[in-house]
Write a protein that binds this ligand. Structure first.
Ligand SMILES: NC(=O)c1ccc[n+]([C@@H]2O[C@H](COP(=O)([O-])OP(=O)(O)OC[C@H]3O[C@@H](n4cnc5c(N)ncnc54)[C@H](OP(=O)(O)O)[C@@H]3O)[C@@H](O)[C@H]2O)c1
Length: 336
């Protein structure tokens, strides 16, 4: 099949590119040529910025038609509209990478299924939901068949591991045994999936008529607590897990909102999704356990010397001290 990926060198799309090339598809990538390509040559390249709508659409109109277009970097309704203009009536299938951030928080039931509410509390999720609607309308208007994927946290070689105070110094904090802050009580559930597993579901949807007009969660299993997430990272680094300090999320928001990455709600609501539709139609499987996937990602970061020093990482230490003083003061006031 002749497949275009808009993106193609990012975290998830690297896995899609590699798997399509392995399968023997003719692959073309559209990107700005800024992100390092971590796989061997074999894909065609069109260079451009998809946000430059006029140029993007004219570049696409000059291309021989594609059997499938996978859009990995459509975040805004204007980009979805441009995508529709570019491919209306001239593509075999359009695959859109959305996100679980489209879902309502708090959810009314768990695990969250594809048909559940999409009253997202963040702009990112709201825009993705509008893009989904625009593309599904295009599907029903017969402009092209559409398949939508909703990944949750997807990690892998070439990226970092998520941590509430950013990613840069996280790994060194674990190595040095410096305390880690976990918002809430550490028992909120989180879903992490290695990008090779998510990417394989995308590839299994290419040209697959079962996936036409369908939306799929493609999210990590088994669910794990945030404490288990950090314990898994320590295990992957072969060091004892540093002390974990639990601080209520609303207090962290009051004290240090601007330092929280990416948003507080990520740590405050259970990430428990049902990916059984993708398992049934696309053979989606979580084959890479958390510790192994974390080890691969950390090795990649280590090999490139990209672990940043946490020696001057004072914000978290100040927050922990303030929290512990407050706790002592509370006990003192209550008991006196
Ligand atoms: N990773 C997660 O945890 C997660 C979870 C849920 C959903 N998602 C979704 O996954 C998608 C991201 O996928 P990914 O991991 O493969 O991508 P990524 O890591 O964000 O990489 C972006 C890719 O798109 C290209 N690109 C970026 N801006 C561009 C532009 N303006 N014009 C043309 N190309 C552009 C980049 O290459 P150049 O820099 O060279 O242009 C690169 O190939 C997004 O739709 C996101 O919402 C991710």
């Amino acid at each position: 099949m002749r497949v275009l990926i808009i993106g193609g060198t990012g975290i998830i799309s690297t896995a899609i590119s590699c798997s399509l090339l392995e399968r023997g598809d003719e692959l073309v990538l559209y990107n700005r040529g800024k992100t390092e390509q971590l796989f061997q040559a074999g894909a065609g390249q069109i260079t451009g910025d998809r946000r430059n709508f006029g140029q993007f659409e004219s570049q696409m109109s000059g291309e021989k038609p594609f059997d499938c277009v996978i859009d990995m970097v459509c975040y805004h309704p204007d980009e979805a509209r441009s995508l529709i203009r570019a491919f209306k009536g001239r593509v075999g299938q359009l695959i859109f990478c959305s996100t679980v951030e489209v879902y309502t928080k708090p959810a009314v039931r768990f695990p969250i299924r594809e048909e559940d509410g999409r009253e997202s509390i963040c702009e990112y999720g709201q825009n993705k939901a509008i893009c989904e609607d625009l593309l599904m309308e295009a599907h029903w208007e017969d402009y092209f068949p559409v398949t939508i994927f909703r990944p949750a946290y997807t990690y892998g070689e070439g990226g970092d591991l998520i941590y509430v105070f950013g990613k840069a110094t996280y790994l060194q904090r674990v190595l040095r045994g410096q305390p880690l802050i976990v918002p809430g009580d550490g028992n909120c559930l989180w879903a992490a999936c290695h990008r090779d597993d998510v990417g394989q579901a995308f590839v299994n949807a290419v040209g697959n008529q079962k996936a036409f007009g369908r939306t799929y969660n493609v999210t990590g299993m088994p669910w794990m607590t945030w404490d288990a997430y950090h314990q898994g990272v320590a295990e992957a680094m072969e060091v004892p897990c540093p002390p974990i300090v639990h601080i209520p999320t609303d207090l962290l928001v009051k004290a240090a909102l601007s330092h929280i990455w990416p948003r507080p709600d990520v740590y405050d609501f259970p990430y428990v999704f049902d990916s059984s539709a993708a398992a049934a139609d696309l053979d989606f499987r979580c084959t890479i356990p958390w510790v192994e996937g974390a080890r691969r990602t950390i090795d990649w970061v280590r090999e490139r010397g990209r672990i940043e020093s946490s020696v001057d990482d004072s914000i978290q230490d100040r927050l922990i001290r303030a929290w512990e003083c407050m706790g002592d003061e509370m006990v003192h006031q209550f008991q006196s």
